[in-house]
Design a protein around this ligand. Structure first.
Ligand SMILES: [Zn+2]
Length: 342
């Protein structure tokens, strides 16, 4: 398996060292599956000051009540047609699933995860998480039953405004689609080509290789394998869960989801230590074994380049050149995360 690294050295006369010549290292990497590139650069590092979440919560309610809070959620959110749910909405514990008023595709829903409006990671208990992800999979089962076809069941989470959430109240965006998007589409395309070329599954080989190398492997919870991807999408780095032998979102069992939530809890402890407040989660499933892709999920940390100015962490290199760059070496991130997985 090819983990391609292209090292770069930049030389300049450094004003911080009386204009003596300095060299700075950076690296271009290629994903072993898709060959999509990313940069590891700017090691000077990002700043992560403490954030007042209570203040953010007050601000979020200053122009009116929140539609996902318990007083309103059953009054202002849409209901599913009876073919999807006989009562109109799915419930499990505090979690509730309803149609998305602004759909991404024919079958598009939102899972409000908690009754609490503000849920810092400490409040996102394994039980709350499991109910939210579990009931989301239940929604996909209902779509499959109603339509006899579901496509790709995508679960995504924009946790906190820095990750793109327009409401502070924790919620998942879930939708079924025949169009998996560019990134997952590229993975599936490359996964099929890999199987055709080698007769093997890329994801099985990846897990074996990462375990053997040990640099980015974090640990295994039940059957679920955790690692740090070779090419992250985030400037702070990504964490990945791989679900062996699961090919579609409908293959995920309650145990798989419980293990995923246990891993998330480990990641939350790391976030608290580092003052990281925000992330995106995306699930990457195939439609079935024909897509040659084990279901995997990425947690991608989010923040601000300059918190003082609220600078977004997506600039031209990411937005227009579609090139991720990361300020922490994935191997160093794995080293920091690993104790939380044991
Ligand atoms: Zn709310």
């Amino acid at each position: 398996m090819d983990f391609e690294r292209i090292p770069r050295t930049t030389r300049f006369l450094d004003p911080r060292q009386n204009y003596s010549e300095t060299s700075i290292e950076s690296e271009i990497r290629r994903d072993p599956l898709t060959k999509l590139s990313g940069r590891i650069a700017h090691f000077a590092g990002a700043q992560f000051p403490e954030l007042d979440l209570e203040e953010l919560s007050r601000l979020s309610l200053s122009h009116g009540p929140c539609p996902f809070c318990p007083e309103l959620v059953e009054k202002v959110t849409p209901k599913f047609p009876t073919a999807i749910h006989w009562e109109g909405r799915f419930h499990r514990g505090e979690a509730i699933v309803f149609p998305n008023l602004s759909p991404y595709d024919t079958h598009s829903a939102v899972t409000a995860m908690t009754t609490a409006h503000l849920a810092p990671v400490r409040a996102l208990t394994p039980e709350r998480l499991q109910n939210a992800f579990g009931v989301s999979v239940e929604y996909f089962r209902a779509v499959q039953r109603a339509e006899h076809h579901m496509g790709y069941g995508l679960i995504s989470w924009n946790y906190m405004p820095m990750a793109g959430a327009s409401l502070l109240h924790p919620h998942l965006q879930i939708y079924a689609t025949d169009h998996p998007g560019n990134f997952l589409g590229a993975e599936i395309h490359a996964g099929k080509a890999y199987r055709q070329r080698t007769g093997r599954l890329f994801w099985e080989d990846l897990v074996a290789e990462e375990k053997q190398r040990g640099e980015r492997y974090l640990g295994t919870m039940g059957q679920t394998i955790w690692l740090v991807p070779f090419v992250p999408q985030s400037f702070i780095g990504d964490v990945q869960a791989v679900f062996p032998d699961r090919f579609s979102i409908l293959d995920l069992t309650e145990d798989d989801i419980a293990q995923f939530c246990q891993g998330l809890t480990a990641i939350f402890r790391f976030m608290e230590n580092r003052h990281i407040y925000s992330f995106n989660v995306g699930f990457f499933p195939g439609q079935g074994p024909e897509d040659a892709t084990w279901v995997h999920a990425r947690v991608s940390f989010r923040g601000m380049f300059n918190p003082l100015l609220r600078s977004a962490d997506v600039s031209a290199i990411r937005q227009l050149y579609d090139e991720p760059f990361t300020t922490i070496k994935p191997e160093e991130l794995a080293h920091e995360l690993r104790p939380h997985f044991h």
